[in-house]
Design a protein around this ligand. Sequence first.
Ligand code: GDP
Length: 297
Amino acid sequence: MAFESLSEKLQNVFKNLKRKGRLTEADVKEALKEIKRALLAADVSFKVVRNFIKTVEERSVGADVMNGLNPGQMVVKIVNEELVNLMGSETTEIQFQPGKAITVIMMAGLQGAGKTTTAAKLAGIFTKKGKKPLLVAGDIYRPAAIKQLEVNAEKQGVEVFSMGDQVKPPEIAKAALEYANKNNNDVVILDTAGRLHIDEDMMSELQEIKDTITVHQTILVIDAMTGQDAVNVAAEFNEKIGLDGVIVTKLDGDTRGGAALSVKAVTGKPILYVGMGEKLTDLEQFYPERMASRILG
Ligand code: GDP
């Protein structure tokens, strides 16, 4: 489970803080040093940790806290609030177009991040919201991707638009949109091709899709298990094609949690959902407050 070790370490720091009646500045600094170590061990990016610690320190060594009734408790509260801020403070919902207008969502991400699975998971969530999503098979380079999308879509009771693997993704996207119009779909989810690493072809293909049709939401899928690499990938995608939000998958297998903690701070883009398993129901809306509580126990 994510954050296991971070959670344990922070709880130890907090136990010590709360036990003390009065706190000196040195006590706070010592606690912050341990918090810093715990965050770095959780693979939170260094810059993010530095800023985090600075903010908590500035807020904690103020007279209000140090002379307050329960300084230890106050420091814990500040750490909690700043963890929530780090992850985006508020829950961000995917914005749909008004009325019957079609919302186009493009899924992006490296191969294996969980794009195809997450597209099908999202389709299920939208169906429950009363939408009529259309999944579009745009990952034409990975041999099994189209079939995988079809199998998952069928489980979700959602239709797939596919043109096989010979038509270019921007053309598929355009045809899919025409189909969606006739078919009364109100959400179109485009699965796209990933690569093992960021490369120009992938980026320009995504950009071409965006130049061909109006994409309302570009959502990047990142694999939590790859930690800071995932965050770097997110920064690069955001710079090159512009993101509206991020979905962090495989949080169920990631014991550290650094990607989930850093990605908003690094890219400025919110986490929308988190993947918590391989089953099609294992996608949860992301609540920064709940995540912070999960970490702090
Ligand atoms: P894509 O190449 O980005 O389309 O990746 P896939 O959707 O094919 O996913 C790659 C693998 O990750 C598959 O085996 C998925 O079942 C698995 N996967 C996706 N999301 C999650 C998740 O949240 N948790 C776990 N444990 N596995 C996931």
